[in-house]
Design a protein around this ligand. Structure first.
Ligand SMILES: [Zn+2]
Length: 343
Protein backbone atom coordinates (compact mmCIF):
# COMPACT_ATOMS: atom_id res chain seq x y z
CA UNK A 1 0.00 0.00 0.00
CA UNK A 2 0.99 3.57 -0.56
CA UNK A 3 -0.17 5.92 2.18
CA UNK A 4 -1.13 9.30 0.78
CA UNK A 5 -2.15 12.59 2.30
CA UNK A 6 -4.77 13.38 -0.38
CA UNK A 7 -7.57 10.81 -0.72
CA UNK A 8 -8.11 9.25 -4.17
CA UNK A 9 -11.83 10.08 -4.30
CA UNK A 10 -11.05 13.77 -3.87
CA UNK A 11 -8.53 13.64 -6.72
CA UNK A 12 -11.23 12.03 -8.89
CA UNK A 13 -13.74 14.72 -7.95
CA UNK A 14 -11.21 17.33 -8.95
CA UNK A 15 -10.50 15.67 -12.28
CA UNK A 16 -6.87 14.91 -11.51
CA UNK A 17 -5.01 12.79 -14.07
CA UNK A 18 -6.31 9.21 -14.00
CA UNK A 19 -2.78 7.93 -14.63
CA UNK A 20 -1.75 9.24 -11.22
CA UNK A 21 -4.50 7.13 -9.65
CA UNK A 22 -3.67 3.96 -11.61
CA UNK A 23 -0.08 4.23 -10.51
CA UNK A 24 -1.09 4.53 -6.89
CA UNK A 25 -2.93 1.23 -7.13
CA UNK A 26 0.06 -0.60 -8.64
CA UNK A 27 2.33 0.87 -6.00
CA UNK A 28 -0.07 -0.28 -3.32
CA UNK A 29 0.75 -3.90 -4.17
CA UNK A 30 4.47 -3.18 -4.12
CA UNK A 31 3.99 -1.36 -0.84
CA UNK A 32 2.49 -4.47 0.80
CA UNK A 33 5.53 -6.52 -0.23
CA UNK A 34 7.90 -3.80 0.95
CA UNK A 35 6.21 -3.62 4.34
CA UNK A 36 6.68 -7.36 4.82
CA UNK A 37 10.34 -7.12 3.81
CA UNK A 38 10.83 -4.15 6.09
CA UNK A 39 9.38 -5.98 9.07
CA UNK A 40 11.68 -8.96 8.58
CA UNK A 41 14.64 -6.64 8.02
CA UNK A 42 13.74 -4.84 11.22
CA UNK A 43 14.03 -8.10 13.15
CA UNK A 44 17.56 -8.58 11.87
CA UNK A 45 18.51 -4.99 12.57
CA UNK A 46 17.77 -5.44 16.27
CA UNK A 47 20.94 -7.54 16.41
CA UNK A 48 23.03 -4.70 15.03
CA UNK A 49 24.61 -1.89 16.95
CA UNK A 50 22.22 0.96 17.54
CA UNK A 51 22.74 4.23 15.70
CA UNK A 52 20.44 6.73 17.40
CA UNK A 53 19.97 10.37 16.49
CA UNK A 54 18.54 12.61 13.82
CA UNK A 55 19.66 11.73 10.29
CA UNK A 56 17.93 13.41 7.35
CA UNK A 57 18.67 12.93 3.66
CA UNK A 58 16.85 14.80 0.92
CA UNK A 59 16.85 13.67 -2.72
CA UNK A 60 15.66 15.42 -5.85
CA UNK A 61 13.49 13.02 -7.87
CA UNK A 62 14.04 15.28 -10.89
CA UNK A 63 10.37 14.88 -11.87
CA UNK A 64 10.91 11.14 -12.25
CA UNK A 65 8.39 8.54 -11.11
CA UNK A 66 8.48 5.66 -8.62
CA UNK A 67 11.04 3.73 -10.65
CA UNK A 68 13.66 6.45 -10.26
CA UNK A 69 13.34 7.00 -6.50
CA UNK A 70 14.99 8.25 -4.44
CA UNK A 71 16.80 10.38 -7.09
CA UNK A 72 19.88 12.55 -6.68
CA UNK A 73 21.05 13.37 -3.15
CA UNK A 74 20.85 17.14 -2.63
CA UNK A 75 21.13 17.64 1.15
CA UNK A 76 22.46 15.53 4.01
CA UNK A 77 22.14 16.04 7.75
CA UNK A 78 25.19 18.28 8.08
CA UNK A 79 24.82 20.17 4.80
CA UNK A 80 23.77 23.83 4.66
CA UNK A 81 20.45 24.96 3.20
CA UNK A 82 20.14 24.87 -0.59
CA UNK A 83 18.49 27.36 -2.94
CA UNK A 84 15.61 24.91 -3.46
CA UNK A 85 12.73 25.73 -1.10
CA UNK A 86 11.17 22.26 -1.36
CA UNK A 87 14.45 20.65 -0.27
CA UNK A 88 14.77 22.94 2.75
CA UNK A 89 11.10 22.57 3.72
CA UNK A 90 11.29 18.75 3.59
CA UNK A 91 14.50 18.88 5.64
CA UNK A 92 13.20 21.32 8.27
CA UNK A 93 9.84 19.62 8.74
CA UNK A 94 11.41 16.16 9.00
CA UNK A 95 13.53 17.69 11.79
CA UNK A 96 10.50 19.20 13.54
CA UNK A 97 8.69 15.86 13.36
CA UNK A 98 11.73 14.05 14.74
CA UNK A 99 11.96 16.59 17.60
CA UNK A 100 8.26 16.14 18.41
CA UNK A 101 8.56 12.36 18.72
CA UNK A 102 11.89 12.54 20.60
CA UNK A 103 10.99 15.28 23.06
CA UNK A 104 7.40 14.23 23.78
CA UNK A 105 7.50 10.45 23.53
CA UNK A 106 11.28 9.79 23.71
CA UNK A 107 10.99 8.01 20.36
CA UNK A 108 14.15 7.95 18.24
CA UNK A 109 12.75 8.18 14.67
CA UNK A 110 10.16 5.87 13.13
CA UNK A 111 11.73 2.62 14.26
CA UNK A 112 12.86 4.08 17.62
CA UNK A 113 16.42 3.18 16.59
CA UNK A 114 17.40 6.31 14.71
CA UNK A 115 16.14 5.28 11.26
CA UNK A 116 17.34 7.67 8.55
CA UNK A 117 14.59 10.06 7.42
CA UNK A 118 14.69 9.90 3.62
CA UNK A 119 12.64 12.32 1.50
CA UNK A 120 12.38 12.87 -2.25
CA UNK A 121 11.03 16.16 -3.59
CA UNK A 122 9.93 17.10 -7.13
CA UNK A 123 8.25 13.74 -7.64
CA UNK A 124 6.86 13.59 -11.19
CA UNK A 125 5.56 16.79 -12.78
CA UNK A 126 2.81 18.85 -11.14
CA UNK A 127 1.98 15.82 -8.96
CA UNK A 128 -0.86 16.50 -6.51
CA UNK A 129 0.02 14.32 -3.56
CA UNK A 130 2.55 13.29 -0.91
CA UNK A 131 3.30 9.72 0.18
CA UNK A 132 5.03 7.35 2.56
CA UNK A 133 6.00 4.21 0.59
CA UNK A 134 7.34 2.13 3.45
CA UNK A 135 10.89 3.46 3.18
CA UNK A 136 10.73 7.16 2.49
CA UNK A 137 8.62 10.28 2.05
CA UNK A 138 7.73 11.41 -1.46
CA UNK A 139 6.51 14.89 -2.30
CA UNK A 140 4.85 16.07 -5.50
CA UNK A 141 5.12 19.76 -6.39
CA UNK A 142 1.37 20.37 -6.78
CA UNK A 143 0.04 21.70 -10.08
CA UNK A 144 -0.58 25.23 -8.80
CA UNK A 145 -4.31 24.85 -9.50
CA UNK A 146 -5.67 22.11 -7.26
CA UNK A 147 -2.73 22.28 -4.85
CA UNK A 148 -0.38 25.21 -4.43
CA UNK A 149 3.16 24.62 -5.64
CA UNK A 150 5.49 23.41 -2.92
CA UNK A 151 2.74 23.12 -0.31
CA UNK A 152 3.26 19.47 0.67
CA UNK A 153 6.79 19.64 2.16
CA UNK A 154 6.00 23.12 3.51
CA UNK A 155 3.20 21.93 5.81
CA UNK A 156 4.42 20.33 9.03
CA UNK A 157 1.17 18.42 9.55
CA UNK A 158 1.55 16.81 6.11
CA UNK A 159 5.16 15.81 6.82
CA UNK A 160 4.37 14.52 10.32
CA UNK A 161 1.34 12.66 8.89
CA UNK A 162 3.58 10.82 6.40
CA UNK A 163 6.28 10.04 8.96
CA UNK A 164 3.65 8.72 11.36
CA UNK A 165 2.72 6.13 8.72
CA UNK A 166 6.29 4.95 9.28
CA UNK A 167 5.81 4.82 13.04
CA UNK A 168 2.61 2.80 12.50
CA UNK A 169 4.45 0.39 10.17
CA UNK A 170 7.00 -0.32 12.90
CA UNK A 171 4.44 -0.69 15.71
CA UNK A 172 0.75 -1.58 15.25
CA UNK A 173 1.27 -2.36 11.54
CA UNK A 174 -2.36 -1.43 10.79
CA UNK A 175 -3.26 -2.65 7.29
CA UNK A 176 -4.38 0.06 4.85
CA UNK A 177 -7.93 -1.15 4.37
CA UNK A 178 -11.36 -0.48 5.92
CA UNK A 179 -11.31 0.11 9.71
CA UNK A 180 -7.61 -0.68 10.34
CA UNK A 181 -6.81 1.62 7.41
CA UNK A 182 -9.04 4.39 8.75
CA UNK A 183 -7.26 4.04 12.10
CA UNK A 184 -3.89 4.15 10.32
CA UNK A 185 -4.98 7.41 8.64
CA UNK A 186 -6.41 8.80 11.87
CA UNK A 187 -3.22 8.20 13.90
CA UNK A 188 -1.31 10.02 11.15
CA UNK A 189 -3.69 12.99 11.33
CA UNK A 190 -3.61 13.01 15.15
CA UNK A 191 0.19 13.04 15.31
CA UNK A 192 0.36 15.50 12.39
CA UNK A 193 -1.89 17.89 14.30
CA UNK A 194 0.03 17.37 17.56
CA UNK A 195 3.45 17.93 15.96
CA UNK A 196 2.12 21.20 14.55
CA UNK A 197 0.56 22.30 17.87
CA UNK A 198 3.83 21.44 19.65
CA UNK A 199 5.91 23.47 17.17
CA UNK A 200 3.54 26.44 17.55
CA UNK A 201 3.12 26.09 21.34
CA UNK A 202 -0.66 25.91 20.97
CA UNK A 203 -3.13 24.56 23.51
CA UNK A 204 -6.05 22.36 22.41
CA UNK A 205 -8.34 25.41 22.47
CA UNK A 206 -5.98 27.55 20.41
CA UNK A 207 -5.45 24.94 17.68
CA UNK A 208 -7.51 24.94 14.46
CA UNK A 209 -7.51 21.10 14.22
CA UNK A 210 -7.22 21.34 10.44
CA UNK A 211 -5.00 19.05 8.36
CA UNK A 212 -3.34 20.54 5.29
CA UNK A 213 -4.54 24.08 5.96
CA UNK A 214 -3.89 26.46 3.08
CA UNK A 215 -2.74 23.77 0.64
CA UNK A 216 -5.52 24.21 -1.93
CA UNK A 217 -4.92 26.27 -5.05
CA UNK A 218 -7.41 28.50 -6.88
CA UNK A 219 -9.35 25.53 -8.37
CA UNK A 220 -10.90 24.57 -5.03
CA UNK A 221 -12.59 26.75 -2.45
CA UNK A 222 -11.52 24.79 0.60
CA UNK A 223 -9.84 25.66 3.86
CA UNK A 224 -7.94 22.40 4.36
CA UNK A 225 -7.88 18.70 3.48
CA UNK A 226 -9.60 17.59 6.68
CA UNK A 227 -11.01 18.99 9.90
CA UNK A 228 -10.78 17.04 13.15
CA UNK A 229 -13.05 19.54 14.85
CA UNK A 230 -15.79 19.30 12.23
CA UNK A 231 -15.15 16.36 9.90
CA UNK A 232 -16.95 16.88 6.59
CA UNK A 233 -16.55 20.66 6.58
CA UNK A 234 -13.00 21.24 5.32
CA UNK A 235 -13.82 21.68 1.60
CA UNK A 236 -16.79 21.31 -0.77
CA UNK A 237 -16.03 17.64 -1.56
CA UNK A 238 -15.38 16.65 2.07
CA UNK A 239 -17.62 13.70 3.00
CA UNK A 240 -15.88 12.58 6.19
CA UNK A 241 -18.31 11.33 8.86
CA UNK A 242 -17.93 12.50 12.46
CA UNK A 243 -20.21 9.85 14.02
CA UNK A 244 -20.71 6.08 13.63
CA UNK A 245 -24.28 6.63 12.42
CA UNK A 246 -22.76 8.10 9.25
CA UNK A 247 -20.04 5.41 8.86
CA UNK A 248 -19.37 4.73 5.16
CA UNK A 249 -19.29 0.95 4.63
CA UNK A 250 -17.34 0.95 1.37
CA UNK A 251 -15.68 -2.05 -0.32
CA UNK A 252 -11.91 -2.24 -0.67
CA UNK A 253 -12.16 -3.07 -4.38
CA UNK A 254 -9.45 -0.97 -6.01
CA UNK A 255 -11.92 1.70 -7.15
CA UNK A 256 -10.33 5.02 -6.13
CA UNK A 257 -13.76 6.37 -5.21
CA UNK A 258 -13.97 3.73 -2.47
CA UNK A 259 -10.61 4.80 -0.99
CA UNK A 260 -9.45 1.31 0.19
CA UNK A 261 -12.76 0.95 2.04
CA UNK A 262 -12.95 4.57 3.18
CA UNK A 263 -9.59 4.94 4.92
CA UNK A 264 -9.47 8.75 4.50
CA UNK A 265 -13.24 9.01 5.06
CA UNK A 266 -14.09 7.00 8.18
CA UNK A 267 -10.91 8.31 9.82
CA UNK A 268 -13.11 11.33 10.56
CA UNK A 269 -14.76 9.37 13.39
CA UNK A 270 -11.62 8.53 15.44
CA UNK A 271 -10.18 11.94 14.47
CA UNK A 272 -13.18 13.66 16.01
CA UNK A 273 -13.03 11.46 19.11
CA UNK A 274 -9.42 12.54 19.66
CA UNK A 275 -10.40 16.19 19.22
CA UNK A 276 -13.22 15.77 21.77
CA UNK A 277 -10.97 14.07 24.35
CA UNK A 278 -8.16 16.61 23.89
CA UNK A 279 -10.38 19.68 24.13
CA UNK A 280 -12.28 18.26 27.12
CA UNK A 281 -8.95 17.87 28.94
CA UNK A 282 -7.63 21.25 27.79
CA UNK A 283 -4.00 22.38 27.94
CA UNK A 284 -1.48 20.91 25.52
CA UNK A 285 -3.11 18.05 23.64
CA UNK A 286 0.15 16.11 23.28
CA UNK A 287 0.60 15.83 27.06
CA UNK A 288 -2.34 13.62 28.06
CA UNK A 289 -4.66 12.73 25.15
CA UNK A 290 -1.61 12.47 22.88
CA UNK A 291 0.21 10.15 25.28
CA UNK A 292 -2.84 7.88 25.59
CA UNK A 293 -3.12 7.64 21.78
CA UNK A 294 0.65 7.12 21.37
CA UNK A 295 0.82 4.26 23.88
CA UNK A 296 -2.26 2.72 22.24
CA UNK A 297 -0.69 2.91 18.75
CA UNK A 298 2.73 1.65 19.72
CA UNK A 299 1.88 -0.97 22.36
CA UNK A 300 -1.74 -2.13 22.16
CA UNK A 301 -2.83 -2.57 18.53
CA UNK A 302 -2.19 -5.04 15.72
CA UNK A 303 -2.55 -5.12 11.92
CA UNK A 304 -6.31 -5.79 11.89
CA UNK A 305 -7.42 -3.77 14.94
CA UNK A 306 -10.93 -2.34 14.57
CA UNK A 307 -12.49 0.85 15.94
CA UNK A 308 -13.82 -1.10 18.96
CA UNK A 309 -10.29 -2.31 19.77
CA UNK A 310 -9.00 1.27 19.86
CA UNK A 311 -11.92 2.34 22.05
CA UNK A 312 -11.15 -0.43 24.53
CA UNK A 313 -7.38 0.19 24.41
CA UNK A 314 -7.52 3.98 24.87
CA UNK A 315 -9.89 3.67 27.82
CA UNK A 316 -7.62 1.01 29.40
CA UNK A 317 -4.42 3.01 28.75
CA UNK A 318 -6.02 6.15 30.20
CA UNK A 319 -6.81 4.16 33.36
CA UNK A 320 -3.27 2.77 33.56
CA UNK A 321 -1.51 6.09 32.98
CA UNK A 322 -3.86 8.29 35.02
CA UNK A 323 -5.90 5.90 37.25
CA UNK A 324 -9.38 4.48 36.85
CA UNK A 325 -12.12 7.11 36.72
CA UNK A 326 -9.54 9.88 36.39
CA UNK A 327 -10.46 12.99 34.38
CA UNK A 328 -8.40 11.53 31.55
CA UNK A 329 -10.27 8.23 31.45
CA UNK A 330 -13.62 10.00 31.70
CA UNK A 331 -12.70 12.35 28.84
CA UNK A 332 -11.67 9.43 26.62
CA UNK A 333 -14.81 7.43 27.41
CA UNK A 334 -17.02 10.47 26.82
CA UNK A 335 -15.32 11.20 23.48
CA UNK A 336 -16.08 7.70 22.20
CA UNK A 337 -19.65 7.98 23.46
CA UNK A 338 -20.10 11.25 21.54
CA UNK A 339 -19.05 9.63 18.24
CA UNK A 340 -21.32 6.62 18.82
CA UNK A 341 -18.67 4.02 19.64
CA UNK A 342 -19.64 3.54 23.30
CA UNK A 343 -23.18 3.44 24.73
ZN1 LIG B 1 -2.00 9.10 5.08
Amino acid sequence: MLCSIVPPDLLLDLGVDARQLEQASVIRTQRTLLAAAQRSLNLRLTLDEEAPGLLRTIYDAGHGSFGSLPGVKVRGEHDPATTDEAVNDAFDNAGRTYAFYKEIFDRDSMDDRGMELVSSVHFETDHNNAYWNGFQMIYGDGDGEVFLRGCFPKLLDVVAHELTHGVTDFTAGLVYSKQPGALNESFSDVMGALATQYALGQTADQADWLIGKGCFGPAIAGEALRSMKQPGSAHPHDRQPAHMRDYLDLPDDGDPRNDHGGVHLNSGIPNHAFYLAATALGGYAWERAGRIWYVTLTERLGPVSQFDDVVEATVAVAGELYQADSDEQKAVRSAWQQVGLLP
